[in-house]
Write a protein that binds this ligand. Structure first.
Ligand code: AMP
Ligand code: MG
Length: 528
């Protein structure tokens, strides 16, 4: 296993009560592939695991039960305290399996992590997502056969066989496949396909009233712990815009790192936030790199971003496209800080990086709404926390496509609980958005960074503007651009996710031409 990466970054598993032929799954995530076939009196389990060198650490077999685990846990210490007298299991999969012994499906309520899991136990299959559904999990269920995978496209050949399960989330143009909701356990009886679901997490609905100091202190401690839990033995790499969110993560990572951390910023030939990021990199003494992506190349990456994120929402794709472009160009970034020869038999093959981002802080804090009225700010936070699920904004596949593992401290379960639950007046205060976060970090960053206003990655990289121009240049009128972006993204989604085409085979100009043509012939274009 690469010590920088979780044991597994994805899987596909099929449980059959007959002799069905296993699928040949497609994944955007890159990893070594291990396959198993396991036959018991009750069923056959076929597994394809995407791993980082030690596949045995991504599954656990105990008492006739098999657990597959893609991703990682961030509260191992707490969890191991629940196993009195037992040796701390050697892997997250073994730890979850041991907790399952004591708590059954309710074990998943205990976990703070970034994972998707599947447990096959005789006549039963259990699917579980982390609180945020940050590692997407798709399923296809019919009497006598249950399939699941961390990418929808991996289940392509199975879609026709599945029955819709009411507890699942619908997947565009894939009626036989559903997405396992965030913070959920689905407990399925294989012979009937019957499903019992449990919510293991929901966003807090009540709000906490705290004095300013205490609120800032609570946020600081939660974020410090989340950054610590996400930092492996090697030098962490922070994708840094120079805004408060990623600068805070970089500052906390730097404080606990023996040597300089690595930071990297992306920009395009049209727009960047390089000067802002440089201020932070200089302040922290990080080994900093700037990567400039030509705008034309950025846009050509649209099929890759959609392939990885499996999201047909054009706004989300605009946020994710610049980051995908950055991850795909990380190969030459800095050193990975590995001194090697540490006696760790897992070794360090390959160059996969552990990446920390500042992604998602705006969702619980209402940062992107630029809203100073508290009722409207709170309404926006409630709405965003109600609707994040299924968008796959946090998916590790964006970076896993390039062989890296990204993780987002603001969406740590405990950080999120704190951030969401603070009363709106702590989020917007003294004329500043995300006030409590700024107050929490004021001592570790330059003042100009602490007070820097929000700039979204889609704005700072010029992605929104250049995507719009791609469409207006193709003859789409300005007032139709928004709708046309949706159609372009959906068309690409259909090609790479529904039809399973490789993104390199998608001709972006042909897609844009198709949508421009449709737009010209249909005054009010209707999605297919
Ligand atoms: P934002 O939309 O600005 O909230 O961006 C989300 C996260 O993406 C940030 O917290 C950073 O970790 C990362 N990010 C945003 N812009 C850049 C950039 N230009 N270069 C590198 N990372 C970035
Ligand atoms: Mg930003």
């Amino acid at each position: 296993m690469q010590a920088n990466l979780p044991a597994a970054i994805g899987f596909m598993a099929e449980v059959h009560q007959d002799d069905a032929r296993p699928l040949e799954p497609l994944f955007a995530a890159r990893g070594s592939t291990a396959r198993w076939h396991e036959r018991t009196a009750d069923r056959t389990l076929h597994t394809v695991l995407l791993h980082s060198g030690a596949p045995d650490e991504a599954y656990a077999r105990e008492h006739g039960r098999t657990l597959l685990f893609a991703g990682e846990l961030y509260n191992r210490d707490e969890l191991s305290g629940l196993l009195p007298g037992r040796v701390l299991p050697s892997s997250d999969a073994a730890l979850v399996s041991a907790l399952f012994d004591g708590y059954g499906v309710h074990a998943f309520r205990l976990l703070n992590g970034r994972f998707a899991a599947l447990l096959a136990d005789r006549e039963r299959v259990v699917f579980a997502t982390d609180h945020a559904g940050s590692v997407p999990l798709y399923a296809c269920v019919a009497p006598g056969q249950v399939l699941a995978a961390t990418e929808a496209k991996a289940l392509r050949g199975a879609a026709a066989r599945g029955l819709p399960i009411s507890q699942g989330r619908a997947v565009r143009r894939r009626p036989g496949t559903c997405q396992v909701p965030a913070g959920s356990v689905l407990d399925i009886q294989v012979s009937t396909g019957m499903c019992v679901s449990h919510r293991t997490w929901t966003p807090p609905l009540a709000r906490r009233i705290l004095p300013e100091d205490e609120a800032a202190d609570t946020v600081r401690r939660a974020l410090e712990r989340a950054v610590r839990a996400r930092t492996g033995p090697h030098t962490p790499l922070v994708v840094l815009s120079g805004g408060i969110d990623s600068s805070a993560v970089a500052a906390l990572a730097a404080r606990r790192s023996a040597g300089p951390i690595d930071t990297v910023s992306m920009g395009t030939d049209e727009a960047d936030e390089f000067p802002q990021a440089r201020v932070v990199a200089r302040h922290l003494g990080s080994a900093h790199q700037e990567i400039t992506v030509p705008t034309a190349d950025l846009l050509l990456g649209l099929p890759h971003a959609i392939w990885a994120a499996e999201c047909p929402d054009p706004d989300v794709i605009e946020y994710l496209l610049p980051l995908t472009a950055l991850y795909l160009r990380l190969g030459d970034t800095g050193s990975d800080g590995d001194t090697g020869g540490d006696g760790d038999t897992r070794g360090n093959h390959g160059t996969g990086r552990r990446i920390l981002t500042g992604y998602g802080a705006d969702i619980p804090l209402g940062g992107m709404h630029r809203e100073s009225r508290l009722p409207e700010l709170e309404t926006a936070v409630c709405h965003d926390m109600d609707t994040f699920d299924g968008l796959n904004e946090l998916t590790p596949t964006l970076s896993a496509m390039a062989g890296h593992w990204s993780t987002h401290p603001y969406w740590d379960r405990d950080v999120l609980d704190v951030l969401v639950s603070l009363e709106a007046g702590l989020k917007r205060r003294h004329g500043r958005d995300k006030w409590v976060l700024r107050a929490a970090l004021h001592d570790v960053l330059p003042h100009e960074v602490v007070v820097r206003p929000k700039l979204g990655v889609h704005e700072g990289s010029g992605t929104t503007a250049s995507f719009s121009r791609l469409l207006t240049d193709a003859g789409i009128p300005q007032d139709r651009v928004r709708q046309a972006k949706r159609l372009v993204v959906e068309e690409i989604y259909d090609q790479v996710v529904v039809e399973g085409r490789h993104p390199d085979e998608v001709a972006l100009d042909a897609v844009v031409e198709l949508i421009a043509d449709r737009s010209a012939h249909h005054p009010c274009p209707v999605p297919r």
